[in-house]
Write a protein that binds this ligand. Structure first.
Ligand code: FHN
Length: 479
C-alpha cells in the first residue's frame, strides 16, 4: 500500500514538474478554457502557417468620411469615427444610403494582392459600426440596402480564391449600431437585450460560414467589453457549433473568454484558439514571447489607420520597413499581414499601391525565403534574419556590413555547409572560414560580391549537407 502511495506521489511530482517546465501553466479547473495544448497539426493549419504574407482589408461606411466629419479632422483610427462625440449616430448610419463604390473591382484588388505576394486575405465583413458588407438576413443595416446593393463579401471571396488566395473573414462582435448590443449588463433589460444580441451574433456567424463555404477562418475583434467577457459558455458552444459546420475552420485567439473572463490565453496560460492574435501593430522581440504558439502580426502602413483616412499624419512606413517586419515575422515562425484601407469608391489609395508594388518586386525575387519557411536555430545577427526550409538557410540582409562580409556562427556539430549563393542571380559566394570561438562553434563569413548593389534587402542562400546520418558530426555533437 505504502509503495503504491509513494509511486503515486512521485508520479504527481513528475507530472507537475513537467507542467511547470512549460513555464506558463497552472491548473485552475476550467469548463471553457483552451481546447488543446500545443499547435494544430492538420493540413489546413499547416497551409495557413506556410503563407508567410497576408493582406488585411478594412472597408466599410467609414471610408466615406475618410477621417473628416464636417471639415473636422479625426485624429484617431478612421474606421472608428462613428464613436466620436462630434458624430451623431443617426447621421453616420445614414451613410448607408450613400455607399456606392462604383470603382470597386474585386478582381483588380485580388490581382494586386497576388502581385504583392499575399497568400491570404483578412476582410472586414462587419466592423464595430455594425454595417454588414454582405446581405445579412438578420439586419437591415447591410450592403443590400445601400445604393450599391451587391454582395461585396462574395465578390471579394470569389476574386481572391480565383487568384489562389485564401480568405479569412473579419467579424466584430461589438456592434455600435444594433439596438440590443450592450457593453455591460446593468439591469434586467440589458440582460434581455444581450440574450437577443447573442442570438443575432450566432445567426450572423452561422450565416457567414454557410454563405461563403470556401472561407478558411474567422478573425474576431471587438471582444473586450464586459458583457462579452461573461459569455464563456455561449462563446464556447458557438465556437463548437461553427467547427461542426466547418471542421477545419481557423479561429484566432480573440474570440472566447474563459470562465473567468480571461481572453487570448485562458487562466492557465493556454492559448484559446488556433493561433495568437495579439500581435497587432507590434512584433515580438524573441521567440520566448511566443510560447511556441502559431501567430500572425497585423500591421498598418501609417501609425494607426486601418480604414481609409484621406490624410495620413505621422510616420508612414516604407516598403523597406514592412519587408523587414515580414522577414522578422517569418524568422520567428509567424505570418505578416499588411493592412489596406480602400476609399469609398473602392480604390486602393496610390500610397498603398506603390508599397504593394515594391513589396511585390521584392517577393518576386525572394519569396523562397518566405513561403513555407520556419525559424532557424541559428542566432539572428545584426545584418538581418535567418529563415529556413529543408536543407536551405536564408539570410536576408537589411544592414549590409561595411566590409561586405556577412558573419554567422554555427554551433559545434550541427550543420555542414555545402555552398552559398545570392538568391537574386544564383551567383556563388565565397565562404571564409573564420575559425572557432571559445565554445568551439564554427565562425563563417560570406563575402558579398563588390559589384552587387541591389536597391532592396537581399537574400543569401546557404545550402546544407544532409548530415543526419553523418556519424562524425554526431560524435562531435556529443563531445
Ligand atoms: O478597434 C479595432 C481597430 O479598429 C482595427 O480593426 C484593429 C485591427 O486589428 N482591431 C481593433 C483593435 O484591436
Amino acid at each position: 500500500m505504502k509503495k503504491i502511495t509513494l509511486f503515486l506521489i512521485s508520479l504527481c511530482i513528475c507530472f507537475s514538474a513537467d507542467i511547470h517546465a512549460q513555464g506558463k501553466r497552472s491548473s485552475i479547473p476550467l469548463k471553457h478554457g483552451a481546447h488543446r495544448i500545443g499547435k494544430r497539426t492538420d493540413p489546413e493549419m499547416q497551409r495557413w502557417r506556410e503563407h508567410g504574407l497576408g493582406q488585411f482589408i478594412h472597408w466599410g461606411l467609414y471610408s466615406i468620411p475618410g477621417g473628416f466629419w464636417k471639415g473636422q479632422y479625426y485624429d484617431y483610427a478612421a474606421e472608428q469615427i462613428r464613436s466620436w462625440d462630434l458624430v451623431p449616430n443617426e447621421e453616420y448610419d445614414n451613410l448607408c444610403n450613400e455607399f456606392n463604390p462604383t470603382a470597386f473591382d474585386a478582381r483588380k484588388w485580388a490581382r494586386q494582392a497576388k502581385e504583392m505576394g499575399a497568400r491570404y486575405l483578412i476582410f472586414t465583413t462587419k466592423h464595430h459600426d455594425g454595417f454588414c458588407m454582405w446581405p445579412s438576413k438578420y439586419t437591415d443595416f447591410t450592403i443590400a440596402n445601400s445604393p450599391y446593393k451587391k454582395d461585396i463579401v462574395k465578390q471579394v471571396v470569389d476574386a481572391y480564391n480565383r487568384e489562389g488566395i485564401d480568405v479569412i473573414l473579419y467579424f466584430s462582435i461589438m456592434d455600435w449600431h444594433h439596438p440590443d448590443f450592450r457593453g455591460s449588463i446593468n439591469n434586467p433589460e440589458d440582460s434581455l437585450a444581450n440574450e437577443r444580441f447573442k442570438q443575432f451574433t450566432r445567426n450572423q456567424l452561422l450565416e457567414l460560414v454557410t454563405n461563403y463555404p470556401t472561407l478558411k477562418g474567422l478573425w474576431f475583434d471587438g471582444t473586450w467589453h464586459a458583457a462579452w467577457k461573461q459569455e464563456a459558455e455561449f462563446a464556447d458552444n458557438l465556437e463548437k457549433e461553427l467547427r461542426i459546420l466547418k471542421p477545419d475552420l481557423i479561429i484566432g485567439s480573440r474570440f472566447r473568454p474563459d470562465d473567468y473572463g480571461k481572453r487570448g490565453t485562458d487562466s492557465n496560460g493556454d492559448l484559446m484558439g488556433d493561433y495568437e492574435q495579439g500581435w497587432e501593430r507590434d512584433l515580438p522581440n524573441s521567440k520566448e514571447e511566443l510560447y511556441g504558439n502559431d501567430w500572425d502580426c497585423v500591421m498598418t502602413i501609417p501609425e494607426n489607420q486601418w480604414g481609409y483616412h484621406s490624410e495620413w499624419k505621422g510616420y508612414v512606413k516604407t516598403a523597406y520597413d514592412l519587408i523587414e517586419m515580414l522577414v522578422k515575422s517569418v524568422s520567428m515562425d509567424g505570418n505578416f499581414v499588411l493592412n489596406f484601407g480602400p476609399d469609398s469608391k473602392g480604390n486602393i489609395r496610390p500610397e498603398e499601391t506603390r508599397i504593394a508594388g515594391e513589396i511585390g518586386k521584392w517577393m518576386k525575387t525572394n519569396n523562397e525565403a518566405i513561403y513555407a519557411c520556419t525559424a532557424s536555430e541559428l542566432k539572428p545577427q545584426g545584418w538581418g534574419y535567418f529563415t529556413q526550409k529543408e536543407n536551405k538557410l536564408y539570410l536576408t540582409v537589411f544592414n549590409r556590413p561595411i566590409n561586405n562580409r556577412v558573419k554567422f556562427e554555427v554551433p559545434k556539430g550541427t550543420i555542414k555547409i555545402r555552398k552559398a549563393y545570392l538568391l537574386a542571380d544564383k551567383r556563388e559566394m565565397d565562404i571564409i572560414d573564420g575559425g572557432r570561438n571559445k565554445k568551439d562553434d564554427l565562425l563563417y563569413q560570406i563575402a558579398i560580391p563588390k559589384g552587387f548593389t541591389p536597391d532592396q534587402p537581399f537574400v543569401i542562400v546557404i545550402e546544407l549537407e544532409d548530415n543526419r546520418n553523418d556519424k562524425n558530426q554526431y560524435q562531435q555533437a556529443l563531445t
